[in-house]
Structure formats: structure tokens, C-alpha cells
Design a protein around this ligand. Structure first.
Ligand code: XMP
Length: 522
């Protein structure tokens, strides 16, 4: 693991994760308010916590009950550091139980929007919630605090939680039973910003400052060594490459593998931008023949994914050898990947799909990793891309999977089928852009189905493929909702596709949410 930039950030907070589904949102809200923070599991070794030296802690919610033996506890180091602490839901309950209060499993469960009565003023509510007012907050709890530890007073109550908001302003310990991090608590982000201020944060963490620190840290890490970077044309690898280029110039070489599974004109656009505009040394390897012949006759989605992943590594290795002497591999690993990989709750999970990027490379290639984005969320990577002057068409791009169009052609992948899909996808995205909807959609794409149906075109009969259009909204790709296009709009796209793309005579719109569906079809 490579942690960068740490020594230069003084205003940082630490979020200790007790397993809530929305812990990441706490980090998002604090960073949006200009305070740098990280999430670590509640059982992180104490010396790692002291080394991080946060100005304050946020204790997240979680699914356990403090009334049970062996449920997670706040590590003692938190109380020993003499900095402000905010406990949210389980975090509040654990704080109270450990500091001498009492928590019980009540019959007063509260789920969803709830009214909070502001019983008293306190630093958390400054400029926000006056004493005596009623505020809307979002609750999700069964247990509740029934006796406060010494030093605390009640500052907010709800029907099911007499101690819904509590404060000990001598020690700067605060607790809320509700979730300020979710959008259903309308003033929640401001409340978290107030807490950051109480911790002494100036709220001046910006992307420009991050960029400068990241560049310095990259220079320090790699010295005069050569670095290689796998470029896919997606946002993460592009931002990584341009940041590295700013830091170390021609020590960086990018490898772009055209696997024949890209969208229309994609390879040309990527090469033009990186070679032409940025003058970044770029190896462009057209490996489409290798990939397409290996995929011949393959219909199983997992076999497709594994074949593409294996070939990608092989081709990348071949090209990396040609560069000679590279010591580092740059990757666009993002913060959610880092958090997921250290997650402690849940146990072994089923493999739904074998996702891949260049993740399998380092172990086999003996290269050290440079991961300058590993502290950022997707939208922060986009902001960094803008800071680096990357064009909006690239920065705002929808995510595109590593296995490319192969997983959007259920059944056998052939050049003919890929070409048909590319045409349909181009029309679909073009119409979405023209309508000004592109940025409101997380991901939109066409899928070519291995199903033929009868149609009538002019006076003749057609017997061609069906194509399914997908568009979803999402915050992180983990869950997704269907984008609600108007029927006339989607009908217009269908007409264009059927009229302009030879090989498609029927268009469907996929109205499956995730879960139970996944975003991609395979
Ligand atoms: P699913 O289909 O699992 O996709 O709901 C969730 C998000 O991940 C993207 N995706 C991938 N990204 N390599 C990637 O880099 C992959 O193998 C891969 N498979 C899916 C997908 O496009 C969506 O944004």
C-alpha cells in the first residue's frame, strides 16, 4: 500500500467504520465541506490511528447492537487523544455505553424521516437549528440510549429516542441517533461541517491543493525511475496518466491496448489526445486480432471476462518489456476500492462477476505501485481531471467496463456483431447528449441481444437482431435506478436505430434496477 500526501495534511478527520452501508457518505460530506478525512475500520491498530493524527473522530453507524457481547467497540485510543468525537447512530450508542451511559433495545424503532425537536443549542447546531425548532432527520435504529454518561446533556429529542442528540461541550463529544450524512437529513451536511469546524478544520482542502501535494509525493516516491501506466481511455486511468506526466514528464510511458472491444472511434480519440495534445509517450498496441480470435465460440460471460483479463496481462507484459527497466506501475485505484478491500464485515461473498482492470499485473511483474488517486472518490477524480485541464468530454464520461463491448454482446462476440452494436450505441449516446441528458445519467449503453425477430420494413420482411438500451442513475455503481426517459424520446431513438443500423429491427428499453439486475448484462 502506498499512502501519499499524509504529512502535508494537518486538518484531517478520521471516520471509524462500524459497518454502516452509508459510512462512505460521511467522508463525502466532510470533503465537500473542505475537510480532508479517511475511513478506517473500527479495529484499526491504535498506532496506525495515532500516526494518522486526526483532529477529530466520527464514529459511524453499524448493524450490530451494543447490548450484545462481542459487538464492536470504540478503541480506547480515541478517548486518549483529547480531540472532538461525533458518534452517529451505533457510534453514539457505543460511545455512551463505553463512557458510563446505558443503551437498550427498545420497542420504539424509528426508520426513515423523523422529526427532531431541538431541546437546546449546541456547537453542532450553530447557525442551523435554533432551540425550540423542529427539524427533519433520517433515522434507522432499534436500540437507543436510555441513560447519558456523566458530562453529557440532551440537545435534541425524537419520539423514539429521548437522547436523539447529545453533547458534552467540555470534552467536545457529540452524539446523534440520526444520520446527518444522508440526503434525507436536509441540513445534515451543514451539521457535519459544523463538527469539522469544532475540530479546528479551516475547511480549505481543495482539489488544487491536492494536485500540488500529489505531484510532490509522486516525485518523492519514484525519484528518477521509469513508470508505466495502462491507459484505457476511461476517466481514472486518464487522470492518473496526466497527473503522472505533470509530475515526472518523460519518465512516464503509457500503454494503450486496443482489444477490438472499444466503442466507435474510441482508440483514435484516446491516441490523439494523449500523443497529440499531451505529448505523453504512448505505446498504442492494436491487439484486436488476438482478443477476437480468443473469444471465438465463447459464450459464457465468466469465460469471456477471464479470457480478456488474461490476454490483457499478456499483451501488457509484452509491451512493458519493450520499455525496459520500469520500476513502477501507475494505477487509477480509487478510494471505494481501497475501503472495500479493508472492509471487515460480511465475510466471504459470492463472485457475481470477475471485474478486472490492470489489477492482476503487479504481483506477476514485480513492479511497485503508484496509486495517486487512492484517496479520492469518483467525482473528486473528475474534479482533479478538470484541475489538470482534461477536456470535459473525457472527464464527464460514463464508466466503461474493462472487458468492453464483449459483455454487451451476450452470446458469441464477433467483429460483425460488435460493429452493429457500435453503430447503435453511437446513435443512442448522440441523442442523449443532444437532449442534454448525458450528465444526469450514471451510465447509458446499448446491448446487442442474441435474439432475432420478424419485422416489416418498407414492403419487405426483416428478420434481424433486437437491441436493448440501458440507462441508469447511481452514485457508485453498487445500486442503480432506471433512468425514466419520456416515451416519445426513447421511441425517437428506436426509430433512428432501426432505420440507420443494418442488422437491428427491434429496440427494447431495460427497466431493471440493481439489485436485482446488474448494470451490465454479463
Ligand atoms: P455491474 O454490471 O456489476 O457493474 O452492476 C457495476 C459498474 O462496474 C462496471 N464494470 C466494470 N468495470 N471492469 C471495470 O473496470 C469490469 O470488469 C467491470 N464490469 C462492470 C460497470 O460498467 C458499472 O459501472
Amino acid at each position: 500500500m502506498v499512502f501519499i500526501c499524509m504529512e502535508q495534511i494537518h486538518d484531517r478527520l478520521l471516520i471509524l467504520d462500524f459497518g454502516s452501508q452509508v459510512t462512505q457518505l460521511i467522508a463525502r460530506r466532510l470533503r465537500e465541506a473542505g475537510t480532508y478525512c479517511e475511513v478506517m475500520p473500527f479495529n484499526t491498530p491504535p498506532d496506525r490511528i495515532t500516526e494518522f493524527a486526526p483532529r477529530g473522530f466520527v464514529l459511524s453507524g453499524g448493524p450490530a447492537s451494543v447490548t450484545e457481547d462481542f459487538s464492536p467497540r470504540v478503541p480506547d485510543v480515541v478517548w486518549q487523544m483529547n480531540v472532538p468525537v461525533l458518534g452517529i447512530c451505533y457510534g453514539q450508542q457505543s460511545m455512551c455505553a463505553q463512557l458510563g451511559g446505558k443503551v437498550e433495545t427498545g420497542t420504539h424503532h424509528e426508520f426513515g424521516r423523523t422529526e427532531l425537536r431541538i431541546a437546546d443549542s449546541c456547537g453542532l447546531f450553530d447557525g442551523l437549528w435554533p432551540k425550540g425548532s423542529n427539524q427533519t432527520v433520517w433515522m434507522s435504529h432499534g436500540d437507543r440510549v436510555t441513560r447519558l454518561p456523566a458530562g453529557f446533556r440532551v440537545v435534541g429529542t425524537s419520539k423514539g429516542a429521548p437522547y436523539a442528540a447529545i453533547a458534552d461541550e467540555t470534552r467536545h463529544y457529540y452524539g446523534v441517533q440520526f444520520h446527518p450524512e444522508v440526503v434525507h437529513t436536509p441540513d445534515g451536511a451543514k451539521l457535519l461541517a459544523n463538527f469539522a469546524r469544532l475540530c479546528g478544520s479551516k475547511g480549505d482542502w481543495t482539489m488544487a491543493a491536492f494536485k500540488d501535494r500529489a505531484i510532490e509525493a509522486i516525485r518523492k516516491q519514484v525519484g528518477s525511475s521509469k513508470v508505466i501506466c495502462g491507459l484505457s481511455g476511461g476517466v481514472d486511468s486518464s487522470v492518473t496518466a496526466v497527473l503522472l506526466h505533470e509530475a515526472i514528464g518523460s519518465q512516464l510511458t503509457c500503454v494503450f491496448i486496443d482489444n477490438g472491444l472499444l466503442r466507435l472511434n474510441e482508440a483514435d480519440e484516446v491516441v490523439k489526445l494523449f500523443k497529440g495534445h499531451y505529448n505523453i509517450p504512448l505505446i498504442h498496441r492494436d491487439a484486436s486480432g488476438i482478443f477476437l480470435s480468443a473469444l471465438k465460440g465463447v459464450t459464457d460471460p465468466e469465460v469471456k471476462r477471464k479470457t480478456i483479463g488474461r490476454l490483457f496481462i499478456e499483451v501488457f507484459e509484452e509491451e512493458a518489456k519493450k520499455i525496459g527497466g520500469a520500476k513502477f506501475l501507475a494505477q487509477g485505484t480509487l478510494y471505494p476500492d481501497v475501503i472495500e478491500s479493508v472492509s471487515f464485515i460480511g465475510g466471504p461473498s459470492v463472485t457475481i462477476k470477475s471485474h478486472h482492470n490492470v489489477g492482476g499485473l503487479p504481483e506477476r511483474m514485480n513492479l511497485k505501485l503508484v496509486e495517486p488517486l487512492r484517496e479520492l472518490f469518483k467525482d473528486e477524480v473528475r474534479a482533479l481531471g478538470r484541475e489538470l485541464g482534461l477536456p470535459e468530454t473525457l472527464v464527464g464520461r460514463h464508466p466503461f467496463p474493462g472487458p468492453g463491448l464483449a459483455i454487451r454482446v451476450p452470446g458469441e462476440v464477433t467483429k460483425e456483431r460488435l460493429d452493429i452494436l457500435r453503430q447503435a450505441d453511437r446513435i443512442y449516446i448522440e441523442e442523449i447528449r443532444t437532449a442534454g441528458l448525458y450528465d444526469s445519467i450514471w451510465q447509458a449503453f446499448a446491448v446487442l441481444l442474441p435474439v432475432r425477430s420478424v419485422g416489416v420494413m418498407g414492403d419487405g420482411r426483416s428478420y434481424d437482431c433486437a437491441c436493448s438500451l440501458r440507462a441508469v442513475t447511481s452514485t457508485d455503481g453498487m445500486t442503480a435506478d432506471v433512468y425514466p426517459f419520456d416515451v416519445p424520446f426513447i421511441t425517437k431513438i428506436s426509430t433512428r436505430i432501426v432505420n440507420e443500423v443494418r442488422g437491428i429491427n427491434r429496440v427494447l428499453y431495460d427497466v431493471t434496477t440493481k439489485p436485482p439486475g446488474t448494470i451490465e448484462w454479463e
